[in-house]
Design a protein around this ligand. Sequence first.
Ligand code: NDP
Length: 307
Amino acid sequence: MDEKLFDVIIIGSGPSGLTAAIYTTRANLKTLIVAGGRWGGQLMLTTLVENFPGFPEGIQGPDLMLAMRKQAEKFGTQIVEEDFVEGDFSKSPLVVKTGSNSYEGKTVIIATGADTKWLDAPGEKEKIGRGVSSCAPCDAPFFRNLDVIVVGGGDSAMEEATVLTKFAKAVNVVYRGETLRASQIMQERAKKNPKIKFIFNSEVTEILGEEKVAGVKIKNNKTNEESQMLVQGVFVAIGHIPNTTVFKGIDLDEHGFIKVYDHTKTNLDRVYVAGDVHDNTYKQAVTAAGFGTMAALDVEKFLREQE
Ligand code: NDP
């Protein structure tokens, strides 16, 4: 490792962090990625990615991340597979500490992503990518003529259900409450769709199947009645948890996502943000990569103006 002062330290190594690094290193900025003990982000947990432009046959999530990592390293990005522990963003240069090291950055890009909120029902975890998904735009084509459920009652659930109707035979939205939380327009669109049905006051208590999803157990939380449904797909759309808890003094929105001011700038001087940790709307690999590009260009402009 060279001396520990960097032009930019990127915290996180998903598509936004790695793309930001490709841009900053090509702009000749000395760049460090604090990648985390498990580098690569959510795409490391997926199988075939069919919607990332440039791969007409699709690409496996981990292969895509490895390619991005190689591209960032090729231009000189230094990557440490250490977890960010704490930072002091009141100082200049900014201080970034991991369990074993301390680094200094003239700027920081936070790209720590968000994790899907899962149901934590028995049978769920081991079937992620085998019938359990959290991304209909990514996985809906794998459910052509099959029966699926969507869990949740917000806009994401409505959107996932609507996307799924293009492929699935039938889509049941399973919602724990009685009155959907989703916006009126999204609800109406879903309710008008003849392929979508709703099961209210109900919770998925188990996901059934050996190798892949074969059904679900559902409990009505009013009557406590339990039933089983034969389905091949379970789309969990109950929200995301942005990875922000390690950052102090940073402004968050009402859902806990990092707030941006003036393009990709946060409320803290020299601290920028990219990807799902601030994006509660699009949540796609390609948009995360786009946000990474934006943050890198903003950092480059800021540093150029400082000279
Ligand atoms: P939300 O937080 O809005 O909704 C989450 C839903 O999941 C709620 O209905 C909630 O139930 C339910 N839920 C939460 N935890 C559990 C659990 N453990 N078990 C069962 N159900 C659970 O998240 P979304 O991802 O839907 O939306 C996030 C934001 O993104 C919103 O601001 C939304 O408007 C926006 N968005 C906009 C879109 C658009 O405009 N095209 C598309 C998608 C999202 P309960 O209601 O009982 O709390």
